[in-house]
Every structure is written in structure tokens, then in C-alpha cells.
Design a protein around this ligand. Sequence first.
Ligand code: ADP
Length: 251
Amino acid sequence: MMNQIKYIEVNNVTIKYHHHTAVKNVTFTINKGDFIGVIGENGSGKTTLIKALLGVIDINGGTVKFLEGLKIGYLPQNIMQADTVFPATAEEVALVGILDEKKFPKIINKSDRLRVKKVFSELGISELLKKRIGNLSGGQQQRVMLARALVNEPDILFLDEPTSALDSIIENSFLKILQNLNKTRNTTIVIITHDLVSVGGYINRIIYMNQSLEYVGSFDDFCKNTTHSPYIHLHAKSACGHDVITKEMKK
Ligand code: ADP
């Protein structure tokens, strides 16, 4: 694995809320082209860690080093689902993504509209452009938010999943879109997920949080490592393939 381009180097990072340590001495690197699944029980520090990488919250120890000029995108999930009367069109929502990046004067021009159109077309959602965001299904809204995150052509895209098990089933078609971005645009993807069954086939690496970093590495090795058996038995039995685990445990 030589010549990998390091996008983000996290070194011995600790994050606290007052006296409560949410993330403890975590070290890992995110490389160009990675497709990473961040897993762990509720309250294990996943969201805190990602927020720190987005610069939303401060770290209390260690360092985070970004490749110079790295463009970061973020996709909050189901953020508007409840807001069914929100009057903006899907196109307008995506255009706001462009405005965010603009310096004064913050004015939308023709080429901005073309950029939005192009991303919608790439994602196969051109027919949604003029639709009201509040009238769209959850899955459609998710795609519009993805378009919004992509208009600025981020090098790395973070996705945070809802914590409820019911909501966390990601559609396969959405994952295929992410995979396509990862393969064709070389966009690095980091997704917090409870749904290893769906994500397992797409990711190349896992970050398993338990306040400390329990594991970082390939999905296959994660499944084979018997120290992860409790988590696997609860959340990832079918994702890992039950046979593999029992075989390993018998050794
Ligand atoms: P996860 O995303 O894995 O569910 P979080 O990063 O949300 O975990 O939370 C990690 C720990 O930090 C939990 O114990 C949680 O209660 C605590 N925590 C999260 N956000 C805050 C906050 N804003 N203030 C105080 N404690 C918090």
C-alpha cells in the first residue's frame, strides 16, 4: 500500500464533553479512494469523531492533519423529512450548497444552475429539479441532499446515519450511487452506519469505535477477529457470514 495519498491523519485524538470522554486516543488515517464504514454501539463516539473531522467541535488532545486544499462534503440524513411544507424546490436546495461556498457577492448565476443540473442528471434525479422538497419521499430527499453535497465536488464525503435501527436500512440503490462516485470520481466516502449488512459489500475499511478505536482495517479481517464477536453477534452476523465466525471461534 505505498504511494497512498493521505487525506486526513488522525493522531491520538481525544474529545471530551465537559468531564465525559467521548473519544479516547484515536489514531487512524483516511486515504484517497477509501470507502469507510464507521460502526459501533450507540454512544460509542462515532458522531463526535466525525463532527471533529468536520471542524464542528474541538478536540481536546492529539492532532488532525488535513491534506492542503482538501474539500469536504457532508450529508446529514433525513434532515428535512418532517418539514413537509418547506417551500423550496429541490433545485433551490442544491443551489444553496453552491452559495455556501461562494464569497461575496453570493449570487447564483447560469453556470451554477448548469452545475446543479449536471449533478442531478448524474444521480438520475433530473425529474426532481422543480419539485418541492417537502413533497418528495425520504429516499428522494436523500438524493437531493447528496446532490447538494456534490455541487462543490468534495474530495471526501461524510454521511451520518440515523441511529434508529428502523431508519438505518440504506437502500442498495443509494449505496450503488456512492460506490459509483467512489469509483468514477475517486470520491472518498466515510459513512456512519448501523447497517453493516447493506454496507458490507461496498466498504474497503471499517472503523469500529468504542470510545477508543477498537479496530481499523478490512471488513474481512474485522469479521475474522474473534475479539469482535459480541458486536458481530448482535449486529453483523449475516453481514460477516455466520460460518466464518463460528469456524474462527472453534479454533
Ligand atoms: P454515537 O454517534 O456513536 O452514538 P456520540 O458521539 O453521539 O456516539 O456520543 C458519544 C458520547 O458522548 C455519548 O456518551 C454521548 O452521550 C456523549 N455526547 C454526545 N454529544 C454530547 C453533547 N453535546 N454533550 C454532552 N455529551 C454528549
